[in-house]
Design a protein around this ligand. Structure first.
Ligand SMILES: Nc1ncnc2c1ncn2[C@@H]1O[C@H](COP(=O)(O)OP(=O)(O)OP(=O)(O)O)[C@@H](O)[C@H]1O
Length: 910
């Protein structure tokens, strides 16, 4: 019924049951077919008489909806009211329909049928009225208003009367099923399929029949905007209503939770107000429903009526108190996530308005696609449509933009179908100099599949943003503050990892986690401050790398601060190319860090395995690109790594890298700054000084308004170029324009470009000249080591290596950079190395604008940074062998011998 246009129903299931029970008090005996029998005399003044009169007076009115609507309602009414109300042959079929209450034939004098008919009629009329209102766009002008009011009041009378007669109070507990639909539910604006229909759904349902019914309120509303398609002035809050989704507004024991999935954000100047109003409106809707739990039926109806009338004329209201079926409560976790959505989205909306209003300069901005991690990136808000290119974006790019919260924060939800159908997946429109990101339509089935993931992804992006904001604004990093901010569980990108669950399970089971819960399978290596073991969590098929440090030993050797620094940094990290710290505990004077295990060895070992002991250029490019992203992330967190070398780059099971070993890292302040471009368009020094001046960091399709799956590595060199690498490619006009446009944008720098340290740390061959000279160093040392790394991966040796360490240091400071003749390395690679291995840190690539400068270098042309973690790595590590069968130093059981004396554990550490 509800699915048909104009069809509405009012059903009070409890009332129905109650009336059925007490039907003997109202029902006449079985009815004949004569007119008299059909219309028995009623006592004037009785309720039945009143109703009957009303009934008649209403039904003779022609329906304003025309023949179809009229006949439909007549049919509906007739089928409810019984054969006597129907004389037209066309209604015969309806007459034969069984009455839903189980009574095959119920005459018009029967109070039940009268009520039923009246209900149908009321709803029909009310529905018509609402439809009429919607059509005329003028509630006040509708001639049906008074009629509807009359119907409503009569209906209330009927309810009160029947309640009074039945002797049953109409308390809220009893009223369990009311469904009022004042508008058709399938009234979708024709203007745009993707724009959800505007209506408000209020649902009140008892959580169970015994306890105080909790109310579930769903709202879906959209403030009417005159220009939906343009997006200007529109504000849309959409709440999904598919059955599998949890309620969006939940009023439970006084707690009101609202899920408002804002799919498009207001960008005009009035939008802030709109956002707030809408927010209030939804909250008040929830309150209406919440309050109504304490009200009687009539009051509830009045509230609902009020809510209806207070909506915009395009709003629709549907109040349902479904049959007394307890519904499963929504999962609390999801509620929380959904609430997050609201908070952020509204905040974003507000922020955007404020910022766009005061928009000084357009800036590069980024949108994170929550489902497929597409990073939507636009560079010019005003002149260029927003674009998306970067799928599965690493959080860096997004975070970089998030840090620049003086600009835009945009969150868009795309589904994974973006891969297939990019144009439909994300709708991005533009208005008021900023970007509106609208959601795509996701079918309920897809939502079923996508929701958990998207929830997770939303949580990921938000958490990531929070973390970065915290760190970007803080300039000192005490361990306590870091510990409180970053718990091991707060690693959204790894939150689906089963290892978390396994660790959590052990902690729950045993109260704490210790070395006794692990089988140590193999010693992976020994460092300056500890030994790393491959370990298996007992009872779980999970492998970890556990770094075990002897606390006394560290104290004796004055290495405790290094261990602490590493622990603090590890706790902060949540990045695909950096280790995840699952747990940390102290077990019998041993400090243990439980980390992600990388079975692929390190890049040093991997390089040795290569023919000619060096990597091919594409392979080297892949590895250094991932390293660059990891370094960029670390810098944003205020961590200068300082110990980059192939030995510290581990290879994961999937062939991607993991930068490890942070005991030499320096934590420092980060003051994000927005650098305005000083160079004229097209004269960006980061690129113009190179051989080629085309943009290579972000492809032009970044500014295309759709989610698109692109290869992480588009061919950097054409076949002719590959044959003749010395011949530079002629830049295309589009490339030049993009590059000019980019260079005119202000640039956010969120890296510690000003930090200085005088420590002498690192590995000789990788030490930067400023460290050797003791002049004080900052983040630029990481770009020096990055250059040395690239050199070593390509040439199989480091550039300044001498016969001994002393000569090496001397070479670093004084020797000019030279490239061997073989292997053949591209000019782009050499150019990048040359710019990185500039002795003066101030002039070094990356020293001014951080990783972004390096990412733009032509060496990385065609590389989609956000997709790199989805790219196929140059090679996968050998089939996993956990080494448990190795002999030394394991015992017979394949595990390392750990002597357990009570709680005391003894095993070989160094
Ligand atoms: N998560 C891991 N997965 C696999 N192997 C690891 C992991 N972490 C460390 N290793 C290996 O363990 C060895 C010791 O690592 P660790 O980080 O303690 O010391 P290091 O890097 O050799 O030196 P130092 O700490 O003195 O700088 C390294 O050779 C490394 O390859």
């Amino acid at each position: 019924m509800g699915s048909l246009a104009g069809a509405c129903e009012i059903v009070e299931e409890k009332d129905v049951v109650r009336l059925a029970k007490h039907s003997s008090r109202y029902c006449k005996p079985a009815l004949g077919t004569s007119k008299d029998m059909e219309r028995p005399a009623l006592n004037q003044g009785s309720m039945e008489y009143d109703i009957d009169q009303l009934f008649q007076s209403i039904t003779i009115k022609p329906s304003p909806r025309g023949v179809l609507g009229s006949s439909f309602h007549h049919r509906q009414m007739s089928s409810s009211a019984g054969p006597s109300r129907t004389t037209s042959p066309s209604n015969n079929a309806a007459m034969k329909k069984p009455f839903p209450m189980g009574s095959p034939r119920v005459g018009p004098s029967d109070s039940i049928s009268l009520k039923q008919a009246l209900r149908d009629l009321c709803i029909s009329k009310a529905s018509e009225m609402a439809a009429q209102k919607r059509l005329s766009k003028s509630a006040a002008a509708s001639p049906r208003v008074s009629e509807a009011d009359r119907i409503k009041s009569l209906y209330r009378q009927v309810l009160n009367e029947s309640a009074g007669r039945s002797g049953l109070p109409m308390d809220k507990g009893k009223r369990s099923l009311v469904e009022i639909s004042l508008t058709p539910v399938d009234d979708i604006p024709s203007s745009s399929q993707s724009v959800p229909q505007r209506f408000v759904v209020l649902k009140a349902e008892p959580s169970n029949s015994i306890s105080e019914p909790s109310k579930t309120v769903r709202c879906q509303m959209q403030e009417s905007g005159s220009s939906l398609s343009s997006g200007s002035g529109d504000y849309e809050i959409e709440i999904d209503e598919n059955a599998t989704s949890p309620p969006h507004v939940v009023v439970e024991d006084g707690l009101v939770e609202i899920d408002k999935h804002i799919t498009s954000l207001p960008l005009c100047s009035g939008s802030k107000v709109d956002a707030e109003e809408l927010d209030k409106s939804i909250v008040s809707s929830a309150r209406v429903e919440s309050d109504s739990t304490a009200l009687g039926d009539s009051e509830l109806k009045e509230k609902v009526d009020k809510a209806t009338s207070s909506r915009t004329e395009n709003s629709k209201l549907k109040s349902k108190v479904p049959r007394n079926i307890p519904r499963p409560k929504p999962r609390p976790k999801r509620k929380i996530l959904l609430k997050k959505k609201l908070r952020i989205a509204v905040a974003s909306a507000t922020k955007m308005v404020e910022e766009v209003d005061s928009s000084l300069e357009p800036s590069a901005s980024q949108i994170l696609c929550q489902n497929c991690h597409c990073a939507l990136k636009n560079s010019s808000i005003e002149d260029h449509p927003p674009t998306n290119t970067e799928k599965c974006s690493n959080s860096l790019e997004a975070n970089q933009e998030s840090l620049a919260s003086t600009h835009l924060i945009r969150i868009v939800k795309c589904n994974k179908e973006a891969k297939k159908n990019s144009s439909d997946s994300c709708e991005v429109s533009e208005s008021g100099g900023a970007i509106i990101v609208m959601k795509q339509d996701v079918s309920p089935d897809e939502q079923k599949r996508e929701n958990p993931t998207s929830s997770e992804k939303i949580e990921f992006s938000l958490s990531s943003k929070d973390s970065l904001e915290n760190y970007s604004s803080s300039t000192s990093m005490s361990e306590e503050s870091n510990l409180s901010r970053f718990s091991c569980g707060n690693k959204p990108h790894m939150s689906m990892d089963v290892r978390w669950e396994a660790i959590k399970h052990v902690k729950l089971q045993h109260g704490s986690l210790g070395l006794r819960h692990f089988n140590l399978l193999k010693k992976l290596g020994c460092g300056d401050i500890g030994t790393v073991y491959l370990a298996e969590l007992v009872g779980a098929n999970c492998l970890f790398a556990i770094k075990v440090m002897d606390i006394e030993f560290l104290a004796r050797r004055k290495k405790t601060p290094r261990a602490q620094a590493e622990r603090v940094i590890l706790k902060m990290l949540d990045h695909p190319f950096l280790p995840t710290l699952y747990a940390q505990f102290t077990s019998d004077n041993l400090s243990c860090l439980v980390m992600e295990y990388c079975p692929g060895g390190d890049l040093h070992v991997l390089r040795q395995k290569q023919l000619s002991r060096c990597f091919s250029e594409p392979a080297a490019r892949f590895y250094v690109a991932e390293v660059l992203l990891a370094l960029e992330y670390l810098h944003m967190l205020g961590v200068i790594y300082r110990d980059l070398k192939p030995e510290n780059i581990l290879v994961r099971e999937d062939g991607h890298i993991m930068l490890t070993d942070f005991d030499l890292s320096l934590t420092c302040a980060v003051n994000p700054t927005l650098l305005r471009s000083t160079s004229p368009p097209g004269k960006d020094p980061a690129r113009m000084s190179g051989l080629y001046n085309t943009s290579n960091c972000i492809q032009p399709l970044c500014i295309e308004p759709s989610c698109r799956v692109v290869s992480c590595f588009s061919p950097r060199l054409s076949s002719t170029q590959a044959r003749n690498p010395k011949k530079p490619r002629k830049p295309k006009r589009a490339d030049l324009l993009t590059q000019q446009f980019r260079s005119s944008l202000p640039q956010l720098v969120a890296e510690p470009t000003e930090a200085r340290s005088n420590s002498f740390v690192g590995t000789h061959e990788y030490l930067a000249p400023e460290i050797i000279k003791g002049e004080g160093h900052g983040a630029a040392v990481d770009w020096w080591t990055f250059g040395v790394l690239l050199y070593e991966l390509l040439y199989g040796k480091t550039p300044f290596k001498g016969y001994d360490n002393e000569e090496t240091l001397s070479n670093v400071v004084f020797q000019n950079l030279k490239f061997p003749d073989s292997p053949l390395v591209s000019l782009q690679a050499k150019d990048l190395i040359r710019k990185l291995l500039v002795k003066d840190p101030e002039s070094r690539l990356g020293s001014e604008k951080g990783a972004a400068e390096i990412k733009r270098h032509h060496f990385f042309e065609g590389l989609n940074w956000a997709l790199i973690r989805c790219a196929t790595p140059p090679e996968l590590p050998d089939v996993y062998d956990n080494g448990a069968t190795e002999t030394s130093p394991q015992g017979n059981n394949g595990y390392l011998e750990c002597k357990a004396i009570g709680d005391h554990l003894e095993f070989e550490l160094f």
